[in-house]
Ligand binder design. Structure first.
Ligand SMILES: [Ca+2]
Ligand SMILES: [Ca+2]
Ligand SMILES: [Ca+2]
Length: 272
């Protein structure tokens, strides 16, 4: 290959890379949520998530859930996840703190929560400059238990170059929080036959790690038909895995094809 041709090829490939860098503003990321908990133990309400700059923070260990503009503790952003799974104020607070964040949900494979062993995924368009992942999901049955990250910079999914650098997160039962917002009362709990989740009684405690209090629901029947038993959980029992995978985009496939055409053209020239 002559120096001239080598330079031309290198120029074509550099152009391709530059084009990719300037047009790749969003990547498609598949987020997969798996309930790893043993049968007849905890289920997971719809999974709420955001990719951002790592500045939105809805709670701290051993502090009351932050109100972040909400009038009462029942409306505090993390509490709208912990007490019902909706994130009704969590999403707006996240958007307000980080207007360019990418927010969404992964719901269970059928209507209702992720039962033990169930998995589902969803694909999101993510700006890879939103490098940090934050999530929350209510643990049911409960009044105000949840899984979520206290440190909004705990999970760096993309590096500064926009490359996916985190493939999964696994949480065990010791990572289950009590939001400290509602007392553990089966009559007011979600995902129990006979429980009325809209009812609540202030607990006036800080957010703390606590899965032991789920024993308040042992022996009671869930709407899914199983009898709940928290003794199936030990501190190190895995309960959640979240996985990340980049989905190839049509534009990047086209660029790869373009690079292939450039190489093929050069090869043809060499053989002439
Ligand atoms: Ca925090
Ligand atoms: Ca509680
Ligand atoms: Ca309730």
């Amino acid at each position: 290959m002559s120096c001239y041709r080598r330079l031309r090829l290198s120029g074509v490939l550099s152009f391709s890379l530059l084009a990719a860098a300037s047009t790749a503003q969003a990547v498609q990321v598949r987020v997969t949520v798996q309930n790893l908990a043993p049968a007849n133990s905890v289920s997971l309400a719809p999974f709420r998530l955001g990719f951002g700059h790592g500045t939105f923070d809805a709670f701290d260990n051993n502090q009351p859930a932050f109100l972040l503009g909400a009038a009462t503790i029942a409306d505090a952003p993390i509490v709208t996840i912990a007490e019902g799974g909706s994130g009704a104020t969590w999403f707006p607070a996240f958007q307000s703190a980080e207007p360019n964040a990418d927010l969404g949900s992964v719901v269970g494979p059928v209507i209702g929560p992720f039962l033990p062993g169930q998995t589902n995924s969803a694909i999101f368009d993510i700006d890879p400059m939103n490098r940090f992942f934050t999530f929350g999901t209510m643990i049911v049955p409960s009044n105000d238990h949840f899984l979520g990250n206290d440190n909004p910079m705990a999970f760096e999914v993309f590096d500064a170059g926009g490359n996916l650098v985190l493939s999964s997160i696994t949480e065990d039962a010791s990572r289950i929080w009590d939001a400290g917002s509602e007392t553990e009362n089966p009559a007011n709990a979600a995902f129990l036959v006979g429980g009325v989740n809209d009812q609540r009684e202030n607990e006036n405690l800080p957010v703390t790690f606590n899965f032991a209090d789920l024993a308040a629901f042992n022996g009671l029947t869930t709407p899914a038909g199983y009898t709940f038993d928290s003794s199936l959980l030990s501190a190190n029992t895995p309960v959640l895995r979240v996985s990340f995978a980049v989905v190839p985009e049509p534009s990047s496939v086209a660029l790869v094809a373009f690079g292939g055409v450039a190489l093929a053209t050069l090869r043809r020239r060499r053989t002439v």
